[in-house]
Design a protein around this ligand. Structure first.
Ligand SMILES: [Zn+2]
Ligand SMILES: [Zn+2]
Length: 174
């Protein structure tokens, strides 16, 4: 995900390059534990200001289910659309004035466009706030802590109000 864009910067506006991404992103961020490689396609388009990167990337990362607390994995998708700016004029070698806050979008003095920081930020944004191991995860019993996906615990039976037990038996008979 590091591209030398010297030639593309010298190309006319509208010139494009396509790249296939298939990369192990282990270590990209402590909060991202990939269980799959990062895969997808990106397009680099020469614009008047720099290079517009668009693309679609997918991977899979480890999460902890927010209901049952078991380790699970979740698919992440990222749609990129970011314009990178050269820090040095590719023809004259002159340093250009840059906005400090956009450092992730700087093309360095060696004309390397590095997608790692932008991809890291987008993957973190794509992480679900409350991941589930599956849509209908039953969670854990708040009393005994048993994982209810593995079956009911004994608490449920004893919780039933005796006045309702007749009704419960009625239901079971049906
Ligand atoms: Zn779960
Ligand atoms: Zn229980």
């Amino acid at each position: 995900m590091r591209y030398n864009v010297a030639q593309l910067l010298k190309a006319p506006i509208g010139a494009v390059r396509h790249y296939h991404i298939d990369e192990d992103v282990t270590g990209l961020d402590p909060d991202l534990v990939p269980t799959e490689r990062l895969r997808g396609e990106v397009t680099l388009l020469r614009t008047g200001n720099g290079i517009l990167v668009t693309g679609h990337l997918t991977t899979e990362v480890e999460v902890v289910c927010s209901r049952c607390l078991e380790p699970s994995s979740v698919a992440l998708e990222v749609d990129l659309e970011e314009e990178f700016r050269p820090t040095v004029d590719v023809i004259t070698g002159r340093h250009l004035l840059m906005e400090e806050e956009d450092q992730a979008l700087w093309i360095d003095a060696q004309h390397i466009l590095d997608l790692h920081e932008v991809v890291r930020q987008n993957l973190l944004l794509a992480l679900p706030l409350h991941p589930l191991c599956r849509e209908d995860c039953a969670g854990i019993c708040p009393q005994c802590g048993q994982n209810l996906n593995e079956g009911p615990c004994d608490c449920i039976a004893t919780e039933v109000d005796p006045r309702w037990s007749a009704l419960l038996e009625l239901k079971l008979d049906q």
